[in-house]
Design a protein around this ligand. Structure first.
Ligand SMILES: NC(=O)c1ccc[n+]([C@@H]2O[C@H](COP(=O)([O-])OP(=O)(O)OC[C@H]3O[C@@H](n4cnc5c(N)ncnc54)[C@H](OP(=O)(O)O)[C@@H]3O)[C@@H](O)[C@H]2O)c1
Length: 264
C-alpha cells in the first residue's frame, strides 16, 4: 500500500499535516513516542476519511529508531511515497548551563535520525522514480540564535541538507521541499522547557500561527511544486530582512535583547 509517513505526528504541526493529508485521501503512517495519541488519531482519521492509517511508536532520539521504523514499514508492505521529517524538539537558555545529554539527544532527533530516515526511504523512491520529501526546519534556520544556539544550528543543518538533496533528487523525479515555520501554537515551548521567562524573552513580539495554518501553507506550496515554503507573511518578510545583515550583527542584537529581558 502506498502511504505518507509523518514523524512527530502525535501533535502540533505533524498532527495538522496528518489531518489535512487524510482529507486528501493519503494513507498514513504516523510516527512519534506517544502510542496512545497515535492510536486514537489513526482510528479517528481512518473512520472519518476512509483511509488506512498505521502508527509506529518510536523514539527518534535513539540512534536505532530510523532503521526500526524502516523495517516495520517493510514488514507491513507499506510503500512510502511521501516522507515528512517533522519530529523535532528545541531547548533554550545559556548553552553552558543546558544539560549536555538533552542537547545531544536533540541533535540525534533533529539531525542524525532525520538524515537516517531520509537515507532509508530515498532509495525506494529512486527505484520507483517518484516520491516527495518534506523536511521541517524553522525560521531559526536563517540565523544564529543566541540562547537557543544548538536548536538553531540543528535547523541550519536541516536547511542546508535539504537544499542540497533537492538538487540530487531532481533527476530521480523526487520532489524535496523545505518547510520553515515561524512561531506556532503547539507543544513546542513546553517540550523545550521554555514555557517560562526564557521562552518569553526569546519569542516576544513574534506573530504566532496555528499548526493548521502552517499545514495549509505547506500543502499549498507542495501543490505549486515549491522547494522552500516559509509559512506566514511576516516570517517571509523576516527571512528577506535577515538575508540583508551579517549573521554576527543579527546574533549580537538578539543576544542583547535576551539579556535585557532576562536582566542578565
Ligand atoms: N512550534 C514552533 O514554534 C515551531 C517553529 C519552527 C519550527 N518548528 C518545528 O516544527 C516541528 C514540529 O514541532 P511542533 O511545533 O509541532 O512541536 P510539538 O507540538 O512539540 O510536536 C512535536 C512532535 O514530535 C514528536 N517527538 C518529539 N520528540 C520525539 C522523539 N524523541 N521521537 C519521536 N517523536 C518525537 C512529538 O511526539 P511525542 O512526544 O509523542 O514523541 C510530537 O508529535 C519541529 O521540527 C520543530 O522544530 C516548530
Amino acid at each position: 500500500m502506498k502511504a505518507t509517513l509523518i514523524t512527530g505526528a502525535s501533535g502540533g504541526i505533524g498532527e495538522a499535516l496528518a489531518n489535512k493529508l487524510a482529507i486528501r485521501k493519503h494513507n498514513l503512517v504516523l510516527v512519534a513516542r506517544n502510542t496512545e495519541k497515535l492510536a486514537i488519531l489513526c482510528q479517528q482519521l481512518s473512520k472519518q476519511f476512509g483511509i488506512e492509517a498505521h502508527y509506529i511508536a518510536a523514539d527518534l532520539s535513539k540512534p536505532e529508531a530510523a532503521e526500526l521504523i524502516f523495517t516495520e514499514t517493510q514488514k507491513r508492505n507499506l510503500e512510502i511515497e511521501t516522507l515528512i521529517n517533522n519530529a523535532g524538539i528545541g531547548s533554550g537558555g545559556e548553552f553552558s548551563e543546558l544539560p549536555l545529554k538533552g542537547e545531544l539527544d536533540m541533535l540525534q532527533l533533529n539531525n542524525a535520525s532525520f538524515v537516517a530516515m531520509t537515507h532509508f526511504f530515498l532509495p525506494q523512491m529512486q527505484k520507483r522514480k517518484s516520491g516527495t520529501i518534506i523536511n521541517v526546519a524553522s525560521m531559526a534556520a536563517f540565523m544564529p540564535v543566541p540562547y537557543m544556539a544548538v536548536y538553531a544550528a540543528s535547523k541550519v543543518f536541516v536547511r542546508s541538507f535539504t537544499e542540497a538533496i533537492t538538487e540530487e533528487c531532481k533527476p530521480h523525479n523526487i520532489h524535496v521541499m523545505l518547510l520553515c515555520p515561524g512561531l506556532t501554537k503547539t507543544n513546542f515551548n513546553q517540550a523545550a522547557g521554555i514555557e517560562n521567562e526564557k521562552g518569553k524573552a526569546l519569542t516576544e513580539g513574534a506573530n504566532l500561527q496555528t499548526p493548521e495554518e502552517v499545514a495549509d501553507e505547506a500543502l499549498k506550496g507542495l501543490d505549486q511544486k515549491k522547494h522552500v515554503v516559509i509559512s506566514g507573511v511576516s516570517n517571509r518578510m523576516a527571512a528577506k530582512m535577515t538575508a540583508l545583515f551579517p549573521n554576527a550583527m543579527l546574533a549580537k542584537r538578539m543576544a542583547a535583547s535576551y539579556r535585557r529581558k532576562m536582566s542578565v
